[in-house]
Design a protein around this ligand. Sequence first.
Ligand code: XBP
Ligand code: MG
Length: 254
Amino acid sequence: MADLKAFLFDVDGTLADTERDGHRVAFNLAFEEYGLGWDWSVDTYGKLLEVTGGKERMKFYVDHFLRDNEIPDNIEAMIPELHQAKTRHYTELLSTGAIPLRPGVERLINEAREKSYRLAIATTTTPENVTALLEHTLGSESIDWFEVIAAGDIVPAKKPAPDIYDYAMEKMSLTPEECIAFEDSINGIKSSMGAKLKTIITINDYTRDHDFTGASIVLDQMGEPEQPFSVLAGDAGDAAYLDCELVERLHQKA
Ligand code: XBP
Ligand code: MG
């Protein structure tokens, strides 16, 4: 096995619990702004998460959740506008500090930097959303800690396609054997494993029942020394939280 050189992070659901109280809320604010009368409940949003990408998710909603007579005539033109409004609401929400990083994320990123691992982001979300999250959690200088922020429409085929991970690794001139991915969802692991990456999963409320077959380990969270993780699948040895040593061990495993 090649030496581990880089940590590739998903964002939504992995770095922070952004979906239920962030993206969903921002979509609803955009719908309200446009007087659409659409309201995505926590449950409905769970079903809509099957589709990655905000524009794609709205299109899926229109196609599968609305009756023909409920669909606005100009919907195709409206979706990009709605999405811009949603991004504005979402980044405003992040600027209030409403969404913290998940337990262990900041600690692991800091340790990875100290140990000179290279860092990148591979996500489906819009680039502004990533920079806003980093800025309002780790501080604006943290944006430069990530060598590549591969996000949004930068590749046409979003997760579960492997393209976004392939793109990040190509930019870094790294092979999959030299990297490890951090994900939270079925679409995420399909994408990372499709790119031949070993993958560490931290689940959340929307993804706990997803099929993570093939993951290096499945955890409820990265954990902290005072807030140990639960191992849902795989072997963490005697570790109580995810640190670089455990990441290395998981990477070296056949
Ligand atoms: C993230 C997504 C995104 C966000 C919305 O998935 O599916 O669609 O919910 O972002 P992943 P945009 O964590 O697998 O990258 O509205 O900016 O598209
Ligand atoms: Mg995710």
